[in-house]
Design a binder for this molecule. Structure first.
Ligand SMILES: [Fe+2]
Length: 396
């Protein structure tokens, strides 16, 4: 999506005869917004429409938790038991009409191929490496990577080692914030990352196998299974602007200032009515009178989910790696008692976190209820001198 790419063998021009060993290839235009948005053109050995068996349709069932109280929440995900594979193992925490936020600790290997037919995905890899094998080629990933997968991409995870993900799925498009790009689409130098930080698929392997292959497609609020008689990664070449890519949180260049930089300075991706931000190690505000941690703020039109990835959260009461905090709309939040004072003179932070701010309210699942510590709302009422206020978290 961020720039033009091509892999494999392509004919001289679009929409002309292209053959592989004498066989006419099937050209597929995969694009957004009718034929006006970004698109890629793929050349298949077989028609991508070819299906030999329609399988089951499995509706997505969400178990909603409607809390009896409106409160800030703290969910601990670290010890959630592993389950399923990279798709079936997604355990929904919260959602609205714009985005679904899930947590996954997959242990099984996908014995099928998957395509999200109704949404873009961002998969933050907290733990584990491997390869996202896709119709566009192989995309290696490692801890700290965001895997950005446009809708319509057929893929399968080939994981190596223990895996832990935070997953965002949206019916809208995941984009790079407009203010980072010039009118031609190129990332400008004030952006927190550059084209070199964006990694498209590295290798296209054309599969010529025949047999029975299962493809599961998320569409119309469920998963439809199809059986096809050719390997779905039968592409001999493709080019365009639509493809999966990775960007590492470790390549995000934090913006720092003499006084506090507001949360939008951490924005990494944009979605419809939500943003995804990266909090990374950085120098803190350097004015002698600066208060290096954020102000209190009221998220009057947004809900704020933060997933804590790495850093020394142990000194701050309750927050640990794998914690999720949710600051819902309508309530102010900010540094806990004593933290602003304690932060004075601090020069740097070493924490990593991923934040999603949504502009519409989030609904919670029963899994969120199970993980909720039930105490976080009271953490602002504690005595600043108590043990629980010993640490500083820089992005409250
Ligand atoms: Fe906040």
């Amino acid at each position: 999506m961020p720039f033009y790419q091509r892999l494999g063998e392509l004919p001289r021009k679009r929409h002309i005869v292209a053959r592989d060993n004498g066989r006419l290839l099937t050209e597929e235009v995969m694009g957004f917004e009718g034929f006006s948005g970004l698109e890629s053109i793929l050349y298949h050995l077989s028609s991508p429409c070819r299906v030999i068996e329609l399988g089951e349709f499995e509706p997505i069932v969400r178990e909603e938790w409607v809390p009896g109280t409106h409160a800030h929440r703290h969910l601990r995900t670290w010890d959630v038991p592993p389950a399923g594979d990279a798709v079936s193992g997604r355990q929904l925490l919260m959602w609205n009409g714009d985005v679904e936020i899930s947590f996954a600790r997959p242990t099984e290997t996908m014995d099928y191929f998957f395509r999200n037919g109704e949404g873009d995905e961002v998969i933050f890899v907290h733990e584990g490496s491997g390869t996202l094998e896709s119709v566009f080629g192989d995309l290696p990933y490692k801890p700290g990577d965001y895997l950005v997968v446009p809708r319509g991409t057929t893929y399968r995870f080939a994981p190596e080692g223990e895996q832990r993900y935070l997953v965002f799925e949206t019916p809208g498009l995941i984009t790079i914030p407009k203010r980072y790009r010039n009118e031609h689409g190129q990332l400008m130098e004030h952006a927190p990352y550059y084209h070199r930080d964006i990694h498209p698929p590295t290798e296209l392997r054309t599969h010529r196998d025949r047999g029975e292959f299962v493809v599961k497609v998320r569409v119309r609020g469920g998963y439809q299974t199809y059986v096809i008689d050719y390997h779905p990664f039968d592409v001999v070449g493709w080019d365009g602007y639509v493809y999966p890519w990775t960007f590492s949180i470790h390549d995000f260049e934090p913006v720092t200032g003499r006084i506090h930089q507001p949360p939008p300075s951490h924005q990494t991706f944009a979605g419809p009515n939500f943003v995804i931000c990266s909090f990374c190690p950085r120098k803190l505000d350097y004015d002698p009178e600066a208060v290096p941690i954020p102000y209190h703020h009221s998220n009057l039109q947004s809900e704020e989910m933060i997933y804590y990835v790495d850093g020394n959260f142990s000194s701050r009461k309750g927050i640990e790696v794998g914690s999720v905090t949710l600051h819902p709309s309508g309530l102010p939040h900010g540094p806990q008692p004593g933290l602003a004072e304690k932060s004075l003179g601090m020069t740097e932070t070493h924490e990593y976190a991923v934040m999603c701010d949504t502009f519409n309210p989030l609904r919670l699942t029963t899994l969120a209820a199970d993980l909720d510590d039930g105490k976080y709302m009271y953490s602002w009422a504690e005595d600043a001198s108590s043990d629980g206020q010993a640490g500083v978290t820089s992005h409250l």
